[in-house]
Design a binder for this molecule. Structure first.
Ligand SMILES: *Cc1c(COP(=O)(O)O)cnc(C)c1O
Length: 386
């Protein structure tokens, strides 16, 4: 890096998030002058005469230039010390749970992302972990669930699919008096709208598959830590030796997505607020769950800890499961698919995705509001709801 590039990086830390989303972690390629980073496919890197690795890279499972750029950028956006990017959001969750000792106790939200329950019970059931699922819209049930062996408090805010809000500072304050590490799944908010580390949370994770990559074309995950801790180190080892690494191309695609993340989140949030307001007035709609609505139970806390309310909302349709399924089937612009955070709007009957044990209401539809014009989206919902 030249002197001028170094000076630019020194001042980057003082700049706004839109600027950091474009510049953090990147540098002009010294060999070619390329502005957009090359994709480094090489699996291995040459050693120096003294046997060392002068660039810091030795083998691509341990580290790769595209991965490092993405990690530096995401750590910067979160205000964290360091980041690890993984081959999926669930690979991060798996590495975290694997970092616990048999017999450790976990506290998680009662409406935690459904597949995390599969990781805890399905994969680690034989490890004898103890898990208490509590309502995290209030700190009191979390306090009541604490045990001397609680080592992990998992948060997810806004939550999936009811968009429940957890008070980040309140849970961080509780955890500080214990040996538990707090990890927040911030997938729905992204570091653009919410920075859990600023509220004292220890680590943040995202499925970068969603808003961060932002184009429904790459699966990935990230873990960002505020400070060095044993669980983060175990995740690093689990990745290096367990092998759940993202490909250089996946990292490159994700980093490209990050460049427009601040502007996309603004548009997703604006569109979703308009649609939430319209749905609230719709006679075929029983209830709307969107933290941007003043009537939402978590609105006040969300307004304090988020700078926008994101593009995710869900609503209950009058007439039960059949009416909800029929409305989803009548959509023409909304695509009937799972996942979220891309430019296309998606609509999904959550309960049937989550299976027979789901706690999600049967007449609930979850939508990921995309980047289409909100008038066109609302016209589609109006015709689908009849
Ligand atoms: C999608 C999702 C995950 C899992 O991420 P993958 O990239 O699909 O493995 C975890 N948490 C939330 C909130 C998600 O939406």
């Amino acid at each position: 890096m030249g002197d001028s590039a170094q000076a630019a990086h020194a001042t980057l830390a003082l700049m706004k998030i839109e600027t950091r989303a474009v510049h953090a972690g990147r540098h002009i390629d010294p060999a070619t002058g390329a502005v957009t980073p090359p994709i480094h496919l090489s699996t291995t890197f040459e050693r120096a005469p003294d046997g060392g690795y002068p660039t810091g890279f030795s083998y691509s499972r341990d580290g790769n230039p595209n991965r490092l750029m993405l990690e530096k950028c995401l750590a910067d956006l979160e205000g964290g010390k360091e980041a690890l990017v993984f081959s999926s959001g669930l690979a991060v969750a798996t590495a975290i749970i694997q970092g616990l000792e048999p017999g450790d106790h976990i506290i998680a939200p009662d409406d935690v992302y459904w597949a995390l329950r599969q990781v805890i019970h399905g994969i680690f059931g034989k490890w004898g972990l103890d898990t208490t699922f509590v309502d995290m819209t209030d700190a009191e049930p979390v306090r009541a669930a604490l045990r001397p062996n609680t080592r992990l408090i998992w948060l997810e805010t806004p939550s999936n699919p009811l968009m429940k809000i957890t008070d980040l500072s309140a849970i961080a304050a509780l955890a500080r008096q214990t040996k538990a590490i707090t990890v927040c799944d911030g997938t729905f908010a992204t570091p653009i709208l919410q920075r859990p580390l600023d509220h004292g949370i220890d680590m943040v994770t995202h499925s970068t598959t969603k808003y961060i990559s932002g184009h429904s074309d790459v699966v990935g995950g990230v873990l960002v830590t505020r400070y060095d801790n044993y669980l983060f180190e175990r995740c690093r080892r689990s990745q290096n030796f367990g092998g759940s690494v993202p490909s250089p191309f996946d990292c490159w695609l994700t980093l490209r997505g990050v460049e427009t993340l601040p502007y996309r989140m603004r548009a997703h949030s604006e569109n979703a607020l308009r649609i939430a307001r319209c749905l609230q007035e719709h006679p075929a709609v029983e209830a709307v769950y969107y933290p941007g609505l003043p009537g939402h139970g978590g609105h006040e806390i969300a307004a304090l800890q988020m700078s926008g309310f994101s593009g995710m909302l869900s609503f209950q349709v009058r007439g039960g499961r059949e009416a909800a399924m029929a409305a989803a089937a009548r959509c023409r612009l909304f695509i009937r698919a799972t996942s979220l955070g891309g430019p296309h709007s998606f609509i999904e009957h959550r309960a049937s995705i989550e299976g027979p044990k789901t706690r999600t209401p049967q007449n609930l539809l979850r939508v990921s509001i995309g980047l289409e014009h909100p008038d066109d989206l609302m016209a589609d919902l109006n015709q689908a709801l009849g």
